[in-house]
Design a protein around this ligand. Structure first.
Ligand SMILES: *Cc1c(COP(=O)(O)O)cnc(C)c1O
Length: 544
């Protein structure tokens, strides 16, 4: 199509009844993906080298028609996961509610910009409504928040707020050298990077040892605080864990808060650290807070599941004393990427996060005057996360989210039962979450020869599974944890991770696990015949 035709098309489709055209175009693109109704957990892909691929990348001299462009775009999906497959068990990747996808699409069609309300209309009001509603789950009735691009940014906003709280002038003058951030040893690996980006330096993040259930050991916490104070450091923030993808590291928020309060009182400090809860996963449990005993029994019939959910809800209770927490609805809120919220107990975050030359006042809260760019990392901002979160929270409500979590646990029990029926497979988790960590003994290989290192067998096996899923086969896509420990004191061992995420696989768990059994058998046969060679492989540290 020549330039003139493209320009004409833009005019044609700039009317609001363009929705049908949009839907047709979307359907055309999906057809190009050749994905309809297959169960493979990944779009097939061949391996490639980035640098070699990039040698061929130029701005095209002339444009081509929609079909041609979509045909080339469809390659972009190669190798990506398909959450609509019951075999997609790799990590916490939900298949988003279609209502949320419809809503985000509409914000893109209207190109909503939530940088200020003159542009984005009520998008910012909806953003604040969501933050207020989620804040109220933990008893905050003045909460505000920021829709952002992922859980890592919720930590970014928290640590930035902490720095500004302890050193307000840092917003204009820069960060002093004496600040540290304390967190749980099981916290997400991005906390150090956030400290680095913020100019604190990754080394100023100190991880605290944990007890057998991965909650911070308050004796160790006390010791670290005393040590840091003795070194002349100031504790800018305490970042507590509110659930992680593996082992569900979750602090006893009350215990940590009281411990810090006591040490700061005893040592007569003139400031108090900022408290953030990394509840990007744990926020789902907020929906259970404040249930009566009778309601607990009604809503969570299975006593084991009730015990687990209740324990988490108890551990998180102290969040009411905190300054902020994070929410990732693209993890366990049935939303697409990115639907994250930084939720602050009050609107003080708007002052802490700006450049130090502005103080928020009543006037800012009048429609037409709201300017989010003063405190957000982005200037222009999409409204996709706001639309998705709003739709999901209103489609499900508290009881919907309660049921969702109960069903994830139930699904996990079904998978565990099936796995435990496989010879050579042992489920080894003791987590309060619903993830499943297990080992495979590969008996046929081990009994043939003791020359093989169990770690190398496991790594070769997962590589085999991943290669097969990359070919588009309908087999389980699971993950590996190279240095798994059940408890902090446990020996490390290599293990596999299966993340049950899709309620639509409830009646397929037997089928899925029998496919895993076939993969194990097939792999062992190929190793024994020499078709697959066990070799040393490097794997990234576990994603937690
Ligand atoms: C996933 C995760 C993060 C990072 O969130 P993104 O949405 O990937 O940016 C941070 N903390 C915890 C506990 C997480 O599970």
């Amino acid at each position: 199509m020549n330039k003139k035709a493209i320009v004409e098309e833009e005019f044609l489709h700039s009317q609001e009844d363009n929705l049908e055209t949009l839907l047709n175009k979307t359907a055309l693109l999906q057809k190009q993906l050749k994905a309809n109704n297959h169960l493979n957990p990944k779009f097939p892909s061949e391996t490639f080298l980035y640098k070699k691929e990039l040698e061929k990348s130029y701005m095209p001299e002339t444009g081509v028609n929609t079909e041609g462009v979509f045909a080339s775009l469809s390659e972009m999906f190669d190798g990506s996961m398909r959450p609509q497959s019951p075999y997609a068990l790799f990590n916490m990747l939900p298949s988003p509610l279609l209502d949320t996808v419809a809503a985000t699409t509409m914000t893109q069609l209207y190109n909503s910009n939530s940088l200020m309300d003159t542009f984005g209309g009520k998008t910012i009001l909806f953003e604040q409504r969501i933050a207020r509603a989620i804040g109220r789950l933990v008893g905050w009735d003045q909460s505000h928040g920021i829709s952002c691009n992922g859980g890592k940014l919720t930590l970014f906003y928290a640590i930035k707020s902490a720095i500004s709280k302890i050193v307000p002038e840092s917003r204009r003058e820069g960060i002093p050298k004496d600040l540290v951030v304390l967190t749980n040893e099981g916290a997400h690996y991005c906390v150090e990077h956030v400290c680095s980006i913020l100019g604190l330096g990754a080394n100023q993040c100190i991880r605290i040892g944990t007890k057998e259930d991965w909650r911070m050991d308050v004796d160790k916490l006390k010791q670290v605080i005393h040590d840091q104070l003795a070194k002349g450091k100031r504790i800018a923030a305490i970042v507590c864990c509110g659930g992680t993808t593996i082992n569900f590291a979750c602090d006893d928020t009350n215990e940590v808060y009281q411990c810090v309060k006591q040490v700061f009182k005893e040592t007569n400090q003139t400031y108090f650290p900022y408290f953030h809860l990394d509840s990007v996963i744990g926020w789902l449990w907020f929906n259970f807070m404040g249930l009566s005993e009778e309601e607990w029994e009604q809503r969570v019939e299975n006593p084991e599941i009730r015990f687990k959910i209740k324990r988490v809800a108890q551990k998180l209770e102290g969040v009411s004393h905190f300054d902020s927490f994070g929410v990732d609805m693209h993890k366990n809120g049935l939303c697409p990427y990115s639907t994250s919220f930084f939720v602050s107990k009050t609107d003080e975050c708007f002052n802490l996060l700006n450049d130090g030359s502005y103080t928020y006042g009543e006037n800012d809260y009048e429609f037409g005057n709201f300017r989010a760019y003063r405190y957000t990392i982005e200037n222009s901002r999409p409204a996709t996360g706001i639309a998705a979160a709003w739709v999901a929270m209103n489609r499900l409500g508290k009881t919907g989210y309660q049921e969702y979590l109960v069903r994830l646990h139930t699904l996990s029990s079904l998978f565990k039962k099936e796995l435990e029926n496989l010879s050579g497979v042992s489920v080894i988790t003791a987590s309060l979450g619903w993830e499943i960590v297990f080992t495979i003994s590969f008996n046929r290989i081990q009994s043939y020869s003791s020359d093989f290192d169990p770690n190398e067998i496991a790594k070769t096996f997962i590589q085999y599974c991943w290669n097969e899923t990359n070919k588009g086969r309908e087999i389980p896509l699971i993950s590996i944890v190279p240095e798994f420990k059940v408890t902090p004191e446990d020996r490390t061992r290599i293990a596999f991770l299966l993340y049950p995420m899709h309620l639509f696989s409830e009646d397929k768990t037997g089928e899925i696990i029998s496919k895993l059994a076939s993969c194990i058998y097939e792999f062992e046969t190929k190793v024994l015949s020499g078709e697959i060679v066990i070799e040393n492989r490097l794997l990234e540290k576990p994603i937690r």
